[in-house]
Design a protein around this ligand. Structure first.
Ligand code: NAG
Ligand code: NAG
Ligand code: NAG
Ligand code: ZN
Length: 478
């Protein structure tokens, strides 16, 4: 694998500020994306010294960090602690502690009292000198590691951390274009109860959802799927099964590879009945992550639930003979757990092709409901287009009034990739608060367990489907 060589530059981590990027081309030409830490968005840039001097002479911002890398930068990886409910955190170790141990383990410097870390080091021994820690806060860090290690780092991370690979060349900062937003505003202003939409979305079959999830998790003993990790054979089994099923409902599907070694994205399209470029996209990710050191990764909630919601919509499209006035894409991404890799590739491709996306909605974790809590729908508080989030909230109030709707800080699934490319996007999630699923990133993430609520899953799938029907426009041919 070729080593990624970035130009010799300074690393600059600063609070996200669109005007900074719009006003300084030497910064925006060296922009490597936005990342998260403790509820805030940070931009990572690699500008040269002269550029930074121009900026620092004008700026008052003291929270920005400038770092001079000591070694040649390899693959950059952003690590962050996820927004997780306190009830789920049984261990008392903080990110700080875990991170110290993680680095010790990376450099073969294993504390004798911790067997988890021994496993961790066995799985991924990077010698000191093979990585560089460039930036660190109490809940996030930026590492430079070899390309190969970076791609598998998710398999050795502590459970409530997530990793994102930075792009290997600068990305263009693209705000969502105004015309796209005003299009969604028009749809929102015309939104009202439609009895045909109601009866169509109510036709989603809960019994079928229960069957579909058990194939994906391997709980039915038929699929042979043990894991849907992006590099597993189970992911390939799932991909071809999904392609066949979506095709049976009238879509044209493609298994589209995005990186060697990764299972492909499954991209399915129902063409519009009229001549239009307008496209509405619903998505979820079919790859999964299990417990550290175990091969089993059933991913019933994360994100089998989002995939089953898409399948339930597809099956209903067939049963009811739904035809759309916009093009409709249902997409199952891979590489989400390694840092949104499948969706990044596809969103970039659509941007380059000049795609006309009206909106996209990512579904990630829809089924878990903590005991004693009402059914909920969580919407993103940071990443996404507020107008699309509002549309989804209003649709929910009309067609799934049983859902308590609110914001979640659980951040950033594949909708972020589309948001970054300037497409109107949002996410649907199972809770109006942080992650509370005790089986999150765990080999016990099965559908047959306390808290896995098919009722909530169907309610949220109805919201996705009703948003699609209202946005794309439709007729029933049966
Ligand atoms: C969906 O509609 C079809 C006929 O249009 C009907 O046969 C079927 O029972 C309905 N299913 C559900 C779950 O409502
Ligand atoms: C569809 O519309 C485009 C642009 O308006 C036009 O160029 C094209 O010929 C149309 N195609 C068909 C099949 O009508
Ligand atoms: C995108 O689709 C919308 C809705 O149909 C349409 O009004 C608009 O002209 C399209 N934009 C482009 C660039 O084709
Ligand atoms: Zn997920």
């Amino acid at each position: 694998m070729a080593k990624v060589v970035l130009p010799l530059a300074l690393l600059f981590v600063t609070p996200f500020d669109p005007s900074l990027l719009v006003d300084h081309s030497c910064l925006s030409n060296n922009f490597y994306g936005n990342y998260h830490d403790a509820g805030k968005i940070w931009s990572v840039l690699l500008p040269d010294t002269q550029c930074l001097e121009t900026w620092t002479s004008k700026s008052q911002d003291t929270s920005a960090s400038i770092v001079q890398p000591k070694t040649e930068i390899q693959q950059l990886v952003w690590l962050e602690e996820e927004a997780v409910d306190v009830s789920v955190k049984t261990q008392t170790r903080s990110f700080q502690n875990e991170f110290d141990s993680f680095l010790d383990a990376l450099s073969d410097n294993i504390p004798p009292d911790n067997s988890d870390l021994l496993q961790l080091a066995m799985g991924m021994s990077i010698r000191s000198g093979e990585y560089e820690l460039l930036y660190r806060t109490p809940s996030a860090a930026l590492l430079s590691v070899s390309h190969d290690k970076a791609r598998t780092i998710d398999t050795v991370l502590p459970r409530f951390w997530k990793s994102t690979l930075l792009p290997t060349s600068p990305v263009t900062f693209r705000p969502v274009v105004t015309s796209a937003i005003s299009h969604v505003e028009r749809i929102l202003s015309q939104l009202k109860f439609d009895p045909v939409v109601a009866s169509t979305v109510n036709n989603i079959s809960l019994a079928q959802m229960k069957k579909d999830i058990k194939f994906l998790t391997g709980e039915d003993g038929k699929s042979g799927i043990i894991s849907r990790h992006s590099f597993s054979t189970g992911a390939l089994t799932a991909a071809s099964w999904l392609k066949d099923l979506f095709q049976q409902t009238g879509a044209t599907c493609e298994l589209r590879p995005f990186l060697i070694g990764f299972a492909p994205n499954v991209i399915c399209r129902y063409p519009a009945v009229t001549n239009t470029t307008a496209t509405v996209l619903l998505s979820a990710h079919y790859d999964s992550r299990g417990s550290f050191g175990k091969t089993r990764a059933p991913g019933a909630d994360d994100d089998g639930s989002g995939i089953v919601a898409l399948l339930s919509i597809a099956r209903t499209i067939l049963r009811k003979g739904v035809k759309f006035y916009s093009n409709v894409e249902l997409v199952a991404f891979a590489g989400e757990e390694q840092g949104l890799l499948g969706s990044r590739a596809y969103a970039r491709e659509l941007r380059v092709a000049g795609a006309n996306l009206t909106l996209m909605i990512q579904a990630d974790m829809l089924a878990y409901r903590a005991p004693g809590e009402p059914p909920q729908l969580g919407l993103p508080d940071k990443i996404g287009s507020p107008i699309v989030t509002q549309l989804v909230a209003d649709v929910s109030a009309i067609y799934s009034p049983e859902l308590h709707v609110g914001f979640t800080p659980a951040c950033c699934s594949d909708h972020q990739s589309f948001h970054e490319q300037g497409f109107p996007a949002t996410q649907v999630f199972e809770r109006a608060g942080p992650i509370a699923d005790p089986m999150y990133h765990n080999s016990g993430d099965l559908s047959d367990r306390v808290g896995y609520d098919f009722g909530q899953l169907k309610s949220i799938a109805k919201v996705q489907f009703a948003t699609l029907l209202h946005t794309a426009g439709f007729k029933l041919s049966q």
